[in-house]
Design a protein around this ligand. Structure first.
Ligand code: NAD
Length: 482
């Protein structure tokens, strides 16, 4: 069922049923391209959450007892449905999140591939037989950890939830997803693909609600065995602390403030084009978005000129309009935050090279912005911008630049541009980050791990490492003569 604006009616999914939730309470959902309310999201009551927990407990038992061949077949069927429905998932995502249609549908298509990759990888989650004393069979087994409580944000409305769902379900766990209340229809469309593929009731449950109340309820419950969160550092620390109180492991994919080091021997124009493309992808609302540009003084003018050219060639508009290459910010909070960071930088003496203000039209649009002469005390250089702001800062000595890059408590992504193998190795060794790209700004891929160090979190998503958090290791020593 869709509303008259082409936005679907959103439901929660509990114990294999689509439902509205106990009190019928809802929150509005906005289209950030217009600021208009386009629909509503149901909010869970404590009873709804208890229903989700009971379903996940039962679902974990059923799923664990399902053969790996059957599990894999259902997950492949879900991936096929995601791929088939990518255009519709993308359209709904653009309506509620704002990103250009090509980015939305591309995200949905990649999501199907990610699910297939994890489903196949989990078939090889082998344990081992360990040589031991005669008459003793010593084995190490990997078992599903149990029901997972997962919390995902609004910036990748299908890819974000699916990273958690695909790893958990491939590993044999059940999962309760609390997706963002700002992008609920995309999450529901994703869950529908799993449901329609024949997933047994209770294995995957979807709730929305007041985030702090939902997370407190699900984390405290003895049913959940793992807390998986993607979002900001402050909320991640809060949830990790709550999980710690009940001795639960957590997987934390938090924010970053990715440095880009452009060395004296790099091609500055090429580096600028590649970095700018990554900078304005999803309007900069990406945890790995390049966000501090440390450029050797000998190439900074050429780099800046090319970066400004790239920023000015971005077509900002409604993501549904053909030709748009950057949509609005996803919500008014982000617009206010970006306005504050830009004003703080210019107020402290930074030079505005292009952009610098919101667009004069309804919706939450902010122009691609490039700033130079940014003083070290500008908030933009220490606070994650999560928006289309590019501060460019000169350096003369690479060791100093490395110290600056590592000075923040974040450690998610980092980027380097150089033609020297020795300098590339120095950057690879010296940058404190979980994800490093040299001579490009590579995005995340399902075949290799992503994750942070320091305040950016712990645990990995993607690659074989993605299953680690969802599997426990059990040692079984069997005295055969006994
Ligand atoms: P926020 O900190 O208010 O919320 C971040 C996410 O956490 C949202 O999805 C929100 O619903 C959820 N959340 C908030 N409180 C929660 C709680 N107590 N329990 C469970 N979930 C909770 O920030 P925001 O305004 O939505 O986003 C802005 C900031 O969030 C950005 O500056 C960025 O640092 C961070 N962020 C990071 C990512 C990422 O991919 N790591 C994604 C989105 C947002």
């Amino acid at each position: 069922m869709t509303t008259d604006r082409g936005y679907p009616a959103v439901r929660m999914y509990l114990a294999g049923e689509w439902c509205q939730g106990g009190t019928g309470a809802t929150a509005p959902v906005e289209n950030p391209a217009t600021g208009e309310v386009i629909g509503e999201v149901p909010l869970a009551t404590p009873d709804d959450l208890d229903r989700a927990l009971a379903a996940a407990e039962q679902g974990a038992r059923v799923w664990r007892a399902t053969s790996v061949a059957r599990r894999t077949a259902i997950l492949h069927a879900a991936a096929d449905l995601i791929a088939e429905r990518a255009a519709e998932i993308g359209r709904v995502m653009t309506l509620e999140q704002g990103k250009p249609l090509a980015e939305s549908t591309g995200e949905a298509r990649r999501t199907a591939d990610t699910l297939r990759w994890h489903a196949e990888d989990a078939r090889r989650a082998y344990g081992r037989i360990v040589p031991s004393a005669p008459g003793t069979l010593l084995t190490v087994r990997r078992e599903p950890i149990g029901p997972v409580a997962a919390f995902t944000p609004w910036n990748f409305p299908v890819g974000g939830p699916n990273r958690k769902i695909s790893s958990a379900l491939s590993a044999g766990c059940s999962l309760i997803l609390k997706a963002s209340e700002e992008t609920p229809a995309t999450a529901a469309a994703l869950v529908a693909c799993y449901a329609d593929a024949g997933l047994p009731a209770g294995v995957l449950n979807l709730v929305f609600g007041e985030p702090a109340e939902v997370s407190a309820h699900l984390i405290a419950s003895p049913v959940t065995r793992l807390i998986a969160f993607t979002g900001s550092v402050p909320v991640g620390k809060l949830l990790a602390a709550e999980a710690g109180k009940v001795m639960k492991p957590s997987l934390m994919e938090l924010g970053g403030h990715a440095p880009v080091l452009v060395c004296a021997d790099a091609d500055p124009a090429q580096a600028a084009r590649r970095a700018a493309q990554a900078k304005f992808f999803n309007a900069g609302q990406v945890c790995t978005s390049p966000s501090r540009f440390l450029v050797h003084e000998s190439v900074i003018e050429e780099f800046t000129a090319e970066f400004v050219k790239a920023a000015e060639s971005v077509t900002v508009g409604d993501g549904l309009e053909p030709g748009t290459t950057m949509g609005p910010l996803a919500n008014e909070r982000r617009l206010r935050a970006i306005e504050r960071l830009a004003a703080d930088a210019t107020g402290r003496g930074a030079t505005l090279r292009t952009g610098g203000e919101r667009l004069d039209r309804p919706g939450y649009y902010f122009a691609p912005t490039v700033l130079t002469d940014v003083p070290a005390d500008a908030a933009l250089l220490s606070e994650e911008p999560f928006g289309p702001l590019a501060p460019i800062v000169p350096f003369t000595d690479l060791d100093d630049a490395l110290r600056t890059a590592n000075a923040l408590p974040y450690g998610l992504a980092a980027y380097g541009f150089t033609k020297s193998a020795a300098t590339a190795e120095k950057l690879s060794d010296g940058l404190e980050a979980g994800i490093l790209s040299i001579n490009h700004c590579g995005g995340s891929v399902h075949e290799a791990p992503s994750g942070g160090v320091k305040d950016s979190g712990y645990g990995r998503e993607g690659g074989p490492e993605a299953l680690d958090a969802y599997l426990i290791t059990k040692r079984v020593s069997h005295l055969l003569a006994g």
